[in-house]
Design a protein around this ligand. Structure first.
Ligand SMILES: [Fe+2]
Ligand SMILES: [Fe+2]
Length: 194
């Protein structure tokens, strides 16, 4: 009877490093030592969920709101919403979304991120990427706010304005998708293991 080759299996397992989740992640593998200890399938488990779910639920809410904006804009672009309905559905949700992003990012910038860098100085460069995303987003959100103000006073259909809004929603959505994913890969293991 042949003994199972446990050495080989253990070595293979020890060498397996979990990749960050976003395909275009900016995270360096050196910053993922906590992520390797607490992989995403554990984040919501009974042992860790009570420490991580508040952060994940805010991000789930942001993703849901972003998807709703994508859907409304796509319906209008496909000719399935009147101008009046497009404005009625989109305007309040865009205002609320922009406000929500500003509030969430200011709490991270002023409270959590500096605290995390003090706890793990070796992650400073990772948090600088997230800080830079917030700065980039602030610029986009300011431009988006100007488009919203135009939509608020445009009772006559303006397809060019809707096209600009469609592009803006897509651009913010793409940045947020990458940002939320990279942020979670850094932050959730800190919260869970802390
Ligand atoms: Fe953030
Ligand atoms: Fe966040």
């Amino acid at each position: 009877m042949t003994e199972p080759n446990t050495t080989k299996t253990t070595e293979a397992h020890a060498g397996a490093r979990l990749a960050p989740r976003h395909p275009d992640t900016r995270l360096d593998s050196d910053w993922l030592f906590l992520y390797q200890q607490l992989p995403p399938e554990e984040w919501q488990s009974v042992d860790y969920g009570y420490k991580t779910s508040f952060w994940l639920s805010i991000h789930a809410d942001i993703r849901h709101s972003q998807q709703t904006l994508n859907d409304i804009s796509a319906l209008y672009q496909a000719g399935k919403l009147t101008w009046a309905d497009y404005r009625k559905h989109l305007l309040p949700r865009m205002r609320q979304y922009i406000l929500k992003l500003h509030q969430h990012h200011s709490i991270e910038d002023q409270g959590y991120f500096p605290q995390f860098v003090r706890m793990y100085p070796q992650l400073k460069a990772g948090f600088e990427i997230l800080d830079a995303d917030h700065v980039h987003l602030d610029t986009l959100l300011a431009d988006w706010q100007v488009l919203n103000q135009s939509l608020a006073v445009s009772e006559t259909e303006d397809e060019a304005l809707a096209a600009k809004l469609h592009a803006m929603i897509a651009e913010v959505g793409s940045l947020m998708s990458q940002h939320l994913s990279d942020e979670e890969d850094l932050v959730i293991p800190i919260l869970g293991l802390g």
